[in-house]
Design a protein around this ligand. Structure first.
Ligand code: URA
Length: 243
């Protein structure tokens, strides 16, 4: 039945015990389920059951964990790597959970990255059929133009089999910068509905300019909070994700 788990797993999750300690406590008769002593670690329980350890009622730990991370540059969106730091180095380790990042940001890209052990949610957020919007802030070398806005709207050939789906380009500013005004830099927001490899950088390249800084601001219903510093994360509840 959905939402059921073994009593020893429940106890180790909710009571922060190692699985072996949980089994021992159950066998020692220190655990009661609905006020009846229970000595079998295999006994299945759900959130409807009242489980107590040494007379203290335990609350079921949330089934999955969700960390909304403000990824700094320099970290790989991977679960492990032999020589480089990964985004999992930035969230608390919990050996009972198989945490992974939902999708990828390039090593030099910053911003919103969800880290979870909820494979179903990851699938829904990443599925091409769901067209989840992802909005990025980009600093671009070169002047982004109205023609570029139109080209993004129409979909761009970025060298893949198919052109991209329509994307939104919002130009925030275009300025001459550098000591002698030799560089033109554009600040833009770009919203894409796919998750192709290096998609934003390749779309900007397709209109003859170059992304020199990239940060993800949102993914579907999730927004990067203004007060979340680089390298910091916020733990979310399932209800906050609304997807
Ligand atoms: N597009 C890119 O080019 N890079 C990212 O990291 C994300 C989107």
């Amino acid at each position: 039945m959905e939402g059921q788990l073994r009593l020893d797993r429940f106890l180790s999750d909710a009571g922060q015990l190692a699985r072996s300690e949980a089994k021992k406590a159950i066998r020692q008769g220190r655990v009661r389920v609905n006020d009846i002593s229970e000595k079998s670690p295999e006994r299945k329980v759900s959130e409807k059951d009242v489980v107590s350890l040494d007379g203290r009622v335990l609350k079921m730990a949330p089934d999955f964990v969700y960390y909304l991370l403000n990824k700094p540059a320099g970290y790989l969106s991977a679960t492990q790597d032999k020589s480089q730091q990964t985004v999992l180095d930035l969230v608390p380790h919990d050996k009972r959970r198989d945490l992974f990042p939902v999708g990828r940001l390039d090593k030099d890209t910053e911003g919103l990255l969800l880290i979870t052990d909820d494979g179903g949610l990851a699938h829904r957020l990443l599925s091409p059929a769901n067209h989840v919007d992802k909005t990025y802030y980009a600093l671009v070398r070169g002047a982004m133009t109205r023609e570029d806005v139109k080209a993004f709207q129409e979909g761009l050939d970025i060298g893949d089999e198919k052109p991209t789906l329509p994307a939104e380009l919002k130009i925030l500013s275009v300025k001459r910068e550098g000591q002698a005004g030799e560089d033109t830099l554009s600040r833009v927001e770009i919203t894409v509905r796919e998750g192709r490899f290096h998609q934003v950088k390749r779309m900007v390249m397709a209109v003859g300019k170059e992304v020199i800084y990239l940060k993800r601001l949102s993914m579907g219903p999730l927004m990067l909070p203004d007060d979340l510093a680089e390298g910091e994360f916020r733990q979310l509840l399932r209800e906050e994700i609304l997807f």
